[in-house]
Design a protein. Structure first.
Lengths: 200, 200
DNA sequence: CTTGTAAATGGAGGATCCTCCGCTTAAAGT
DNA sequence: ACTTTAAGCGGAGGATCCTCCATTTACAAG
C-alpha cells in the first residue's frame, strides 16, 4: 500500500491557495511591492485574512511560495552555466545571478531570508534545491582543481544569503560584487591548481 | 567664531533621553529582550511613546544607541589584539568577537543591521568606528604580508554584518565560524607572503 | 521677575499584524 | 439522495507600531 502522502487539499482550499499566490505575485512584482499589506493581498484574492494566514503562516512563507518557481529556475540554470564556462567562473556567475534576483525583485529578499534561515522546516524545499545547485557547481570546480575541496555547500548558501541581505539596496550592488569576489578567492585558496594571483 | 555645532539638548530632553537608554538597556539585556515592545520601554522610562519616537525614530535607532558603547569597546580592542597576535590572527579573532556579540546579546543583531545598512546617515557614527577598526587590522595584515592589499574595509564590515545576520541563531554559530574562515582565506589569497595551504 | 518662543512632551488614533473560534461546505460513507 | 464530519472559511478583535498635533515647559532676552 502506498503510504498515504499528505492528503490533497480540498478543492476550495486549493482554489483559494492559487488565488492568493496570483494576487501575491501581482502585488510583489509592482514597484514598492515589499510594502503591500497582507490584508490587501487577501482582499485582492477575494478571501479572508484568516485564510491567507492559514495557508501561509508568515509573510515570508507567502513570499517564498510566490518566488519558489523563480528560485527553481535559478537552480536549474547550473548545468547550462557549467556547459558554457569553466567551473569556477560558472560558480561566480551563478552567485551574481543569485544576488541580482534580490536587487530586482525586492520581495525576494524576504523570501531568501526565510529560505535560508529555515533552521529545519517549512521552506526546506527551496533551501535543499539551492544547496544542491551549489553542490553541483563546487564539485565541478573541485574536479577541475579550481575550487578547494573542503567547502560545505550549505555554508556557501548561507553566505550568499548574508551578502544578499546586505545588498538589498540596489545602491550596494557593487559592494556585493566585491564581497563575492572575496568569497570566490576564499574558495580558490588551496585548490589543487592554486594560482598565486587573486581575481580572474 | 566656532561653527555652532548641533545645539545641546534642552535639560529635560537630555534627562528623558538618558532614562530611555537606561530602560532600553534593562529591557534588551533580559532573556528574549528582542521582543520587548517600545511602549513598554517608554512606560518603564516614565515618558510618553511620542518622546521615545522623537529621540529614536525607529526601533533600530534605539537599539543602536543602546549598544553604541559596547560597539565602541569592540572597536577599541583592536590595538590590544594586534599587540598579542600576528595581524591576520588578530583580524580573525576580532571577526569572531564581532559575531559573538550577535549570538549573546540578541538585540544587537538589530543594532548591527541598522548600523551597516545605514546608507548614509544617522548611525554613521558606529559604522565609521567599525570601518576604522577593520582598516587598522587589515592594514597591519597587509604590512606583514599576510593580507592582500586590495580589500576595502567597508566591504569587509558589510560582510561581517551579513554573516552575523545569518548567524543570529546560536545554532548556526559554527557555520558562521566556517564562513569567516572562508572569508579570511579570501583575504589571504594573493597576499605578499601567500602560502598555498588554506586555514591557519 | 516677566515674557516670548521654540523645543519638547505625551497620548489618542489610524494602520497593520496575527490569532482565535463559530459557521460553512466539500466529499466520504451508506 | 442524505448524513456525517472534519477541513476550510472569514473577519472581529487584541496587540503593536508609528504619526500627528494641541499643550506644556525650558530658558534666553528684556
Amino acid at each position: 500500500m502506498p503510504p498515504t502522502g499528505p492528503r490533497p487539499l480540498r478543492a476550495d482550499a486549493q482554489r483559494n491557495r492559487d488565488r492568493l499566490l496570483d494576487a501575491a505575485a501581482r502585488a510583489f512584482s509592482q514597484a514598492g511591492g515589499a510594502e503591500v499589506t497582507l490584508d490587501a493581498i487577501a482582499k485582492d484574492a477575494g478571501v479572508g485574512i484568516g485564510t491567507l494566514y492559514r495557508h501561509f503562516p508568515t509573510r515570508e512563507a507567502l513570499v517564498e511560495a510566490t518566488y519558489r518557481k523563480e528560485l527553481a529556475r535559478l537552480c536549474d540554470a547550473t548545468s547550462e552555466l557549467l556547459e558554457s564556462l569553466p567551473p569556477d567562473e560558472a560558480l561566480r556567475t551563478w552567485m551574481d545571478r543569485f544576488v541580482d534576483y534580490m536587487t530586482t525583485k525586492r520581495g525576494m529578499a524576504d523570501a531568501l531570508r526565510a529560505v535560508i534561515a529555515s533552521g529545519g522546516n517549512p521552506f526546506s524545499e527551496s533551501k535543499a534545491r539551492l544547496t544542491e545547485a551549489v553542490t553541483t557547481l563546487t564539485r565541478a570546480g573541485v574536479d577541475a582543481g579550481r575550487v578547494r575541496p573542503d567547502v560545505d555547500a550549505a555554508d556557501l548558501v548561507a553566505s550568499l544569503g548574508g551578502v544578499s541581505l546586505m545588498a538589498a539596496e540596489p545602491t550596494q550592488r557593487e559592494q556585493a560584487g566585491r564581497i563575492l569576489d572575496l568569497l570566490m578567492d576564499g574558495l580558490r585558496y588551496g585548490a589543487r591548481g592554486t594560482a598565486a594571483e587573486p581575481g580572474t
